[in-house]
Design a protein. Structure first.
Length: 295
């Protein structure tokens, strides 16, 4: 009887040890990852002699419930980035690593203006995508460095889930007396939103003229292409198109940027949708189907 009691107590002890480990292990893991991130950022700053700032938005899930949350540029982001810029001496370059679907216009413009006011060189790195507000931040930089497969996106304003430019098409399709008051009011807001964004994008691009980053002849073309709703808001602007537009794009990211991005993975829930062996392969001659290697 005593033996069974001791066995039961051992099982209970093991259960509580397992329970404590389950709570402590994720915290320890987060600390280790955060330490690796700080180390990688410092190494990159030392190599480039710059202040490195990351703005990375991933789709995250609420713990336990697994509800996906899409992250975007918000006021908290602008507060943090503005603080980082204030802590950076005027003669120290800024490297901003962007991975974002965009976000609030107010927060985006605050960050963009702060980047414009920084005296030293500002470089934006785009490993994968910088859509909408992310593209606006890229235009505030002296140089946009992109992966050859990375994309930017249009910056045309959205009212809710509808493009402002699409709302204005209603005014072209119908006479005013056949349009309800709410649509007319929304169209007025759409017109103002487009004008405001175009004015700000022009300010970004004209600021680039003294440094010869953007050809003045290309400014109207860039504004027309990015702000007037010619394409959908999630239209991917590839490196070739961005360069053709006249944006100051350079292709080829430092390997350290990719290594840093590996430390900010998409949170996983269950089976991964993409899987591979994460190591480079040497070129090896292929064999006919059905034959294997003897080595």
């Amino acid at each position: 009887m005593l033996y069974l009691f001791l066995q039961l107590m051992n099982m209970i002890s093991l259960f509580f040890i397992f329970l404590i480990f389950s709570f402590v292990q994720p915290a320890i893991q987060r600390r280790l990852v955060e330490s690796r991130r700080i180390s990688a950022i410092r190494n990159l700053e030392q190599q480039r002699g710059s202040r490195v700032i990351l703005l990375i938005h991933r789709q995250e899930s609420i713990s336990l419930l697994g509800i996906p949350i899409s992250r975007f540029i918000n006021i908290e982001d602008s507060e943090q980035i503005l603080r980082a810029i204030r802590l950076t001496p005027s003669n120290v370059p800024i490297d901003l690593i962007l991975h974002t679907p965009g976000g609030l216009v107010l927060a985006t413009e605050q960050i963009a203006r702060a980047l414009l006011r920084h005296s030293a060189k500002v470089t934006v790195f785009v490993p994968h995508y910088a859509m909408s507000g992310g593209t606006m931040l890229a235009m505030a930089a002296d140089e946009i460095v992109m992966d050859e497969n990375a994309v930017l996106g249009p910056v045309d304003p959205q009212l809710g889930n509808v493009a402002a430019a699409s709302i204005l098409t209603v005014l072209e399709a119908k006479p005013p007396e056949k349009i309800d008051d709410q649509t007319l009011v929304t169209a007025d807001l759409a017109r103002k939103a487009i004008a405001q964004v175009q004015q700000f994008v022009r300010a970004l691009l004209e600021d680039a003229i003294p440094q010869q980053k953007v050809d003045p002849a290309n400014i109207d073309k860039i504004i027309d292409r990015l702000t007037t709703g010619q394409v959908t808001h999630d239209y991917p602007i590839a490196v070739e198109e961005a360069t053709d537009m006249g944006l100051p794009v350079t292709v080829g990211l430092p390997l350290e940027i990719y290594s840093l991005m590996d430390l900010y993975p998409q949170p996983m829930a269950g089976r991964p949708t993409v899987q591979y062996i994460p190591m480079p392969y040497q070129n090896r001659p292929s064999l006919p189907v059905g034959q294997g290697r003897s080595d």
